[in-house]
Write a protein that binds this ligand. Structure first.
Ligand code: ADP
Ligand code: NI
Length: 214
């Protein structure tokens, strides 16, 4: 039964996110789902809850809906149309709302399943995949890959910084290099460590090439 619901959720998400160009396409969901299962097994978290929350986590995103509430309503009705217990439904919705709302729930994720899925989503923004996503998103919104004059902006205040132009490389400093420190689970931390190291190596190489050193 559970595997049938997971399959139906996959189908639903594939259809809903087809054509999504801002980094939330089906393959992002696929990766978060697979990684959530990997982490869930290490952490002893419930596999069904993690799978469902991972699969549905971006359906409620405000970028794809008229509002966050409308997005959550969509996920809620989908869950009601499927044979999922009331407890599981509440749990899955709670994880998704903490993940999609800006900055999430102020107390952070409440359950191990929530921690696992949030780690999987954050891990997809770093490492080899994260690098690819940052450049893709950057192209999507018309940013340059890098601009040394914008890079010095990292010395500016947060507001000055936020209101000005950015670049793909800047996004590493604004966000990607901070994610390692925000992992919830032990296994998430371990995976983040390796992905973080790859980004550091990548950036070193990038700046060498930029200045024609290598
Ligand atoms: P989430 O998946 O957590 O909702 P976002 O919607 O913020 O993340 O971003 C989707 C992808 O695009 C992520 O891989 C993120 O790193 C990347 N991204 C977001 N904002 C920028 C930006 N200003 N420049 C480059 N990449 C970005
Ligand atoms: Ni996501």
């Amino acid at each position: 039964m559970e595997s049938k619901i997971i399959e139906e959720a996959q189908q639903y998400v594939k259809e809903t996110l087809s054509g999504e160009g801002s980094g939330h396409d089906w393959w992002h969901i696929y990766r978060v789902y697979k990684l959530a299962i990997t982490i869930a097994e290490k952490e002893g978290a419930d596999r069904f809850i993690c799978s469902m929350a991972a699969l549905l986590h971006d359906i409620a995103d405000e970028k794809l809906n008229s509002s966050e509430e409308a997005g959550m309503q969509k996920v809620s009705s989908w869950l009601s149309d499927h044979k999922i217990t009331a407890t599981d439904k509440i749990h899955i919705l709670e994880i998704i709302s903490s993940m999609s709302f800006k900055g999430g729930n102020s107390q952070g994720m409440q359950t191990i399943e929530g921690k696992v899925v949030q780690d999987a989503d954050r891990l997809d923004a770093i490492g080899a995949i994260g690098i690819a996503r940052a450049f893709t998103y950057s192209g999507h919104i018309g940013q340059l890959i890098y601009d040394p004059e914008i890079h010095v902006r990292s010395q500016m205040t947060k507001d000055e910084y936020r209101n000005g132009p950015s670049t793909a490389i800047n996004h590493f400093y604004e966000k990607l290099l901070t994610l390692k420190g925000r992992m919830n689970t032990e296994h998430g931390k371990k995976l983040a460590e390796a992905r973080h190291q790859l980004m550091e190596t990548y950036l070193d190489e990038f700046f060498h090439e930029w200045e024609g050193i290598k």
